[in-house]
Design a protein around this ligand. Structure first.
Ligand SMILES: [Zn+2]
Length: 617
């Protein structure tokens, strides 16, 4: 089916359209439209504006109020000046993702990811892909799929990305509301009717970040793109953006109208998840029959999991919450590391007396669970649980994690499960790539997982997939049920019964003031490294402290029955400090060691340490 691609002014109408995907949202949108701000202001026919003027009024969303505003950033056609703002494309890079401010609504955060910028970035990706493919496969007409999460700017940026790709002569397939892992999957799926496999995929998401942000993630069948590729794409995008004109954008628009198609790929992706559980459970059609599982999608893109995965497998999903996409995220941040989010799903499980709770982040590459007793299965516990499952299947295998995992987790993986814990760096891409690298150099590894809830399995092509992580738990649950073992999620809780957890855990963040004279002519990175060198020397001269023998990030030290890790943030002028200890007293002793190493650095804001001492004394 040919899809209608929004006109160049689509950003202006897409905000409400993004919300029209749910009936509830449609009702609240209609109510708002008939309100005093909207009466007669924006003429809207389906997804198209009937009239266009260069200065249009658009929605201005703020978490507390909704009002009308004139948004110059949304003006994307009508004059050459629309493309005039200089854009520093490099600033849009966030490791292996692209992130920016996509709409107004937060003071001091000007829009950086406009429609033309997004169009240029998508064209940059298309150019990058063409170069890659033409080298290895000769000329073919390439296809790129685009999906998005529940953000308010999703539809407008989707239309912009489609124009960018079509303008370079490639085909475009739109998936609409989708998950990040589904987008990667579309580069692997073999199904002609769905126009799969596609050669490249774009996911429009800013994961758990606030409502005004958005971003892009890119995939090929080789996986997610890395930092170097993202820099390359942004370089290309910058040049494309400079040469853009109303004429070039009109021809991209015409190209998009000719080649853009829509397919329901999520139907196929969710079917794959359902089949994976059925197969893992021994071929039973409804292996979750009799189990009550609640899902909390945080109004992100993960609502499908209740109706399209759990229900066909026989589970009762009553009490599932926040399944409707809503880019204002009115209930809680969709983030399994967030305390409020975890409390919300915990409460739902206990109230419903459910067997299990499942929570996703906005774009479903991260997840966590809650057992029937209300115990949160996230962070170290989720890693321990996944390690227990994977090590039953692959005895002795290595588990790669990020750097802030606990000493208790290492003991659990190595002493209880007989595996090897390879504690690596922060950053999901770093963790996954390390898992892949270990296999390449002959060390068997089947699981790479971060405390944030990003997890990838070798059996799932190292795809970073929060939904698949939950599939692994469901298979375990279904198998236990079929064997008549335990009640509800007991089988999962029992698997990590011997995981030792610290009674005290804290993360402090020391900011580096980049304007402070103490930095001299050096960068904040160099300054942070000096801080860490100083700490290292101090630790070496203190017999109560032991530096971790193998360590890939920051300075990790054990002592007083606990441990701490001081590291430099991946992107910001911040030194995060993680402390875990068996008691407050032991934590204070560890913090004291850090204090003596950092107090001489005048550009470092160590006030969090002072507050910490006050809280533990
Ligand atoms: Zn995410």
């Amino acid at each position: 089916m040919a899809a209608s691609v929004g006109q160049l002014s689509s950003q202006l109408v897409s905000l409400p359209c993004a919300k029209l995907e749910s009936k509830n949202c449609q009702r609240s949108y209609e109510k708002l439209l008939s309100g005093p701000f909207f009466r007669g202001s924006v003429p809207l026919v389906c997804k198209q504006l009937t009239t266009f003027s260069p200065q249009l009024q658009v929605w201005k969303h703020s978490p507390k109020r909704r009002m009308m505003t004139t948004c110059s950033a949304a003006v994307t056609t009508g004059s050459e000046s629309a493309l005039a703002p200089k854009v520093d494309f490099k600033k849009l890079q966030n490791g292996s993702d692209i992130r920016g401010v996509a709409m107004e609504g937060v003071d001091g955060e000007p829009v950086t990811l406009t429609e033309p910028v997004t169009e240029a970035i998508a064209a940059g990706f298309a150019g990058w892909l063409l170069q890659k493919k033409s080298v290895s496969e000769g000329f073919v007409k390439l296809k790129i799929s685009i999906g998005h999460d529940s953000r308010l700017t999703a539809k407008s940026l989707q239309a912009a990305a489609a124009r960018g790709i079509a303008g370079t002569g490639l085909d475009v397939v739109l998936y609409g509301l989708a998950s990040t892992p589904a987008m990667f999957n579309s580069t692997i799926t073999q199904e002609h009717d769905l126009l799969c496999p596609v050669d490249g995929a774009i996911m429009l998401t800013a994961s758990h970040l606030p409502f005004n942000r958005n971003g892009l993630k890119f995939f090929t069948s080789a996986g997610g793109l890395g930092k170097t590729d993202i820099s390359d794409i942004l370089n290309r995008a910058s040049k494309i953006y400079e040469s853009m004109s109303v004429q070039t954008r009109e021809s991209s628009q015409a190209a998009a109208e000719a080649v853009v198609k829509e397919v329901d790929y999520m139907e196929r992706y969710t079917q794959d998840l359902v089949e994976a559980v059925r197969k893992g459970a021994g071929g039973i059609e409804r292996p979750l029959e009799g189990l009550h599982i609640v899902v909390d999608a945080g109004n992100g893109a993960g609502g499908f999991f209740a109706g399209k995965v759990l229900k066909p497998l026989g589970a009762v999903t009553t009490g599932s919450q926040f399944l409707e996409p809503d880019g204002m995220f009115p209930n809680h941040i969709p983030n399994p590391e967030d305390k409020r989010a975890m409390e919300a799903i915990r409460k739902a499980v206990l109230e419903q007396k459910a067997d299990l709770g499942i929570i996703f982040d906005t774009d479903v590459d991260r997840s966590a669970a809650v057992d029937s007793s209300g115990r949160e299965l996230n962070r170290n516990r989720l890693i321990a649980l996944m390690a227990a499952i994977v090590l039953e299947e692959h005895p002795g295998t290595t588990v790669v994690t990020d750097s802030v995992t606990s000493d208790g987790l290492t003991t659990f993986i190595e002493k209880k499960l007989g595996g090897k814990h390879h504690r690596f760096k922060r950053g999901y891409k770093n963790v996954i790539d390390e898992g892949i690298r270990l296999n390449q150099v002959g060390e068997e590894c089947h699981l790479a997982i971060e405390t944030s809830g990003h997890g990838a399995l070798k059996e799932n092509r190292w795809l970073d997939d929060g939904a698949y992580t939950m599939v692994k738990l469901l298979i375990k649950l279904a198998a236990a049920k079929a064997a008549g073992e335990g009640k509800g999620s007991e089988v999962l809780s029992n698997l990590i019964g011997e995981l030792k957890e610290a009674d005290f855990a804290s993360e402090l963040r020391f900011k580096i003031n980049q304007d402070h004279p103490d930095l001299g002519s050096g960068s904040f990175k160099e300054y942070g490294e000096q801080v860490m060198q100083n700490l290292e020397q101090l630790v070496e001269s203190d017999s109560a402290l032991q530096k971790a023998p193998v360590n890939y990030e920051g300075v990790r030290v054990s002592g007083f029955g606990g441990w701490f890790l001081l590291r430099l943030s991946l992107h910001d002028p911040v030194l995060p400090l993680n402390i875990e200890a068996p008691s407050k007293e032991a934590a204070a002793k560890l913090a004291q060691a850090v204090l003596s190493a950092v107090e001489g650095f005048a550009a470092l804001d160590i006030s969090p340490l002072q507050k910490f001492f006050a809280s533990v004394s």
